[in-house]
Design a protein around this ligand. Structure first.
Ligand SMILES: [Ca+2]
Length: 268
């Protein structure tokens, strides 16, 4: 993995400008989602930007084909083939239930090669559990209603224990030879260490990080041949990885959110 390369794909002018337009267009829905669910507008904007460039790339695979292929022809060489096959079978079932309930044509719906749909790229099970009718027209439409997408992303994070007001991460200082990397890296991205514990293992924090309440994780982002990047991830960093299980993904969402928010502030 190469964080610098990954970052460059998402934190770039086209996506930032599209994020500004999305935020300006849907400002009141984003503010309402922030009020009702406690999830910052910037994070919602970051997710929808990384997932689909604000609806421009929602995927062109027929969902029924994608899920049927992954259910019935999952590569047996995969180390977790049985579990993955069972997962996609359950998603296929959820997809058919969703289309049956809504009256949508299951053959007409398109999305990612893995079965993710709409502006926020929800899998069918996430659609069933977390999607909401945020524009109040009586139906949930994550393809055609940016407002439904905004409310659904916020509801997803509320369900995964988003803590209102908590930062996602802090800068961290590591000193080779003095930082206990083995024990700090052992829990991977799961927030585990109190501030005192974290600092005691040689991971330096400063400013507001020292007042943080709750566990932290040492997040490592590899940069190919260059030195890795590190941050202290909070429970809200972890919450973003519940959307897509990757610290690179979470950091891209966070940095896009920050870049769009900065650009918004510079506008009159
Ligand atoms: Ca709706």
């Amino acid at each position: 993995m190469n964080w610098a390369a990954y970052r460059a794909r998402f934190i770039e002018p086209t996506r930032i400008q599209a994020g500004v337009r999305f935020w300006q267009t849907h400002r009141s829905a984003l503010e309402r989602a922030e009020r009702e669910y406690g999830v910052p507008a910037s994070v919602i904007v970051g997710i929808i930007g990384v997932e689909t460039l604000y609806g421009q790339n929602t995927g062109n695979f027929r969902i029924l084909d994608a899920l049927a292929t992954l259910t019935f022809h999952f590569p047996s060489a995969h180390p977790r083939a049985a579990a993955r096959q069972a997962f996609f079978q359950s998603e296929l079932e959820q997809f058919l239930l969703l289309t049956s309930r809504s009256g949508a044509d299951p053959l007409a719906i398109r999305g990612s090669y893995a079965g993710a749909m709409g502006l926020p790229q929800f899998m069918p099970s996430s659609w069933a559990k977390f999607a909401v009718d945020f524009d109040g027209d009586g139906r949930i439409d994550l393809f055609g209603s940016p407002m439904d997408a905004i409310g659904s992303v916020a509801n997803y994070f509320k369900a995964f224990d988003w803590r209102p007001g908590m930062p996602t991460h802090y800068p961290v200082g590591l000193t080779p030879g003095q930082t206990d990397m083995d024990s700090l890296m052992a829990p991977d991205i799961l927030p585990t260490f109190s501030v005192a514990n974290f600092v005691g293992k040689g991971a330096a924090l400063n400013g507001t990080a020292l007042q943080h309440n709750g566990p932290l994780a040492l997040i490592e982002l590899l940069n190919g041949p260059d030195a890795p990047s590190y941050v202290a991830g909070t429970e809200n960093f972890y919450a973003i990885t519940r959307y897509n299980w990757s610290s690179y993904y979470a950091m891209a969402v966070i940095e896009l959110a920050e870049a769009v928010a900065r650009e918004m502030q510079s506008k009159p």
